[in-house]
Design a protein. Structure first.
Length: 434
């Protein structure tokens, strides 16, 4: 599905020595050829050409060189967007880049919307929707873990996994349809209901497992939340400052100094940890301090890792902990651990790394909230199929929920997304030029 117009945009951040301007669409070759000496429509595809961008000078009434550039030519369908595309590498001057874009617009291009190049790649079948979304995640990746997750998705990790599920669901659907087609022949049995139930449960278990990875994936993508909790003056703020390497929190001997949560992040072994220093937990009549203590408990409930810190003679606070949370207990101001002087910090950092979600290169991890929501809906539809099989409902009722399961999973890769409004919502947060 080719687009009708030709788009252009700056594809690199401003302020560098070089800039890349990207052009894509049916008029891309003519637009570029009109402002330089490279005849893009006749040169070989996937080639780079040295030339000058020229503009007409109204004073001298002559064409004058604007910049020395390299022009890269990509012929459809072998380009990022699947369309005829050109990339112009010029000097990073804001004036030069703006002038080149102005010349392209004068010659039939229009400025691209955010994410429009990737949207065209999706619409032209160069990638599915989950891969297109991975492009934005790859650009936004800030550490080794998020980069690896984005690359896995870009290479089709989620798409391959969903393709396997689709094959299994189609097998289940075909067996049920055979049952419907030959329902009048009581002596023929094309599907054993117990086998269908076992297959449906196997597929559902796989969907549930994928959905459950979202918790770990979201934590790796946004930073693993780590709450630092404990009684007043046991060294919570000192520990935060020591971990992040700066005076992020106020350290004082006065109890109740920290009255609200303070956040900061660090990276350990390519993983981002988001630390939350909370108010000291104790019994107090101070209304404001009590609000801070309530927030401390709430922060601990939201965290994936809880660092409970104390000192000799002070009991650990009683904090409600879920089964899926990791608790690390620290006795500060001892020979083994002294946050103020950095004693024991290396061991603590290793404990944090060990507590982080583990992913292998071939693991499929869900990091996108839209994908997670679709998996939850698919699970709901398939659960009705399982309930129907257990209750011996007719095949026509089961077939409808199976179709909804297939359609819902297809939303993740874009098989059932057709409206411009939905696509625009997905691509609106992309960079211009990507």
């Amino acid at each position: 599905m080719m687009q009708g117009d030709t788009i252009c945009a700056l594809a690199t951040a401003t302020g560098g020595a070089l800039g890349i301007i990207r052009i894509s669409g049916p008029n891309a070759f003519d637009a570029v050829s009109s402002i330089c000496s490279v005849h893009c429509s006749v040169v070989a595809a996937n080639t780079i050409h040295y030339t000058h961008i020229v503009e007409f000078d109204a004073v001298s009434q002559h064409q004058e060189a604007l910049d020395e550039v390299l022009v890269s030519v990509f012929r459809a369908p072998h380009s990022y967007t699947g369309e005829d595309s050109v990339e112009i590498s010029c000097h990073g001057s804001q004036y030069i880049m703006n002038k080149v874009l102005e010349l392209l617009v004068d010659n039939g291009c229009r400025m691209a919307n955010p994410g429009e190049f990737t949207q065209r790649a999706y619409l032209n079948g160069k990638m599915d929707l989950s891969q297109a979304e991975a492009v934005a995640d790859l650009i936004a990746s800030t550490n080794k873990a998020t980069h690896r997750l984005a690359m896995s998705q870009l290479r089709g990790g989620i798409s391959t996994e969903l393709s396997r599920l689709r094959e299994q669901l189609l097998k289940l659907t075909s067996l049920l349809e055979l049952e419907l087609d030959f329902s009048d022949h009581e002596d023929l049995e094309f599907a054993d209901r117990s086998e269908l139930l076992a297959l449906a449960q196997k597929i559902d278990n796989h969907i549930v497992h994928l959905a459950q990875t979202f918790h770990a994936g979201n934590a790796l993508k946004n930073g693993i939340p780590v709450a630092i909790v404990g009684a007043p003056n046991v060294g919570k703020s000192t520990l935060l400052n020591a971990l992040v390497g700066e005076e992020r929190a106020i350290v004082s001997d006065i109890q109740g100094t920290t009255r609200d949560a303070i956040e900061d992040t660090i990276q350990l072994d390519g993983i981002t940890f988001r630390f939350i220093d909370t108010a000291g937990i104790r019994h107090t009549d101070d209304q404001i301090e009590n609000l801070g203590i309530e927030r401390s408990i709430a922060a601990a409930q939201r965290a994936q890792i809880i660092l409970i810190i104390t000192e000799p003679g002070v009991p650990y606070p009683d904090i409600p902990v879920r089964d899926d949370q990791t608790v690390i207990r620290i006795e500060n101001k001892t020979d083994a651990f002294q946050a103020k002087f950095g004693v024991g910090l290396d061991e603590l950092r290793q404990q944090l790394i060990d507590a982080a979600p583990k992913t292998a290169d071939n693991d499929v991890i869900i990091t996108n909230a839209r994908h997670y929501a679709a998996l939850i809906r698919a699970n709901d539809h398939l659960q009705r199929v399982i309930d129907g099989l257990q209750k011996q409902l007719s095949g026509d009722l089961l077939a409808e929920d199976l179709r909804l399961t297939l359609d819902t999973l297809a939303e993740i890769t874009g098989g059932q997304i057709t409206t411009n409004e939905v696509l625009g919502n997905i691509f609106k947060n992309f960079c211009v030029g990507k």
